[in-house]
Write a protein that binds this ligand. Structure first.
Ligand SMILES: [Zn+2]
Length: 86
């Protein structure tokens, strides 16, 4: 019986920073629809290793998301997560 290891292949797909690729995309707290793409559905900021954003832009995103939260454009946290604690 051959120990047939399932050949798991990970795709090391090279992520390109969204903002480096799209020079037009402006990171701005007013652009909440765009910033929302870099948060979880619970309102947390996604780490750059998931989104592929470069360090420079990730920093900018984090700052703008925080601004947007203060302007009530983005949630700090989602209301229906009272059951879950992490
Ligand atoms: Zn970038």
């Amino acid at each position: 019986m051959a120990a047939n290891k399932p050949f798991v292949r990970r795709f090391p797909r090279k992520k390109v920073c969204y903002f480096c690729a799209n020079k037009k995309a402006e990171i701005d707290y007013k652009n909440s629809d765009l910033l929302r793409r870099f948060t979880t559905d619970r309102g947390k900021i996604l780490p750059s290793r998931i989104t592929g954003t470069c360090a420079e832009h990730q920093r900018k995103i984090a700052v703008e998301i925080k601004k947007a939260r203060n302007m009530a454009l983005l949630p700090f946290t989602t209301a229906n997560d009272y059951k879950r604690k992490w």
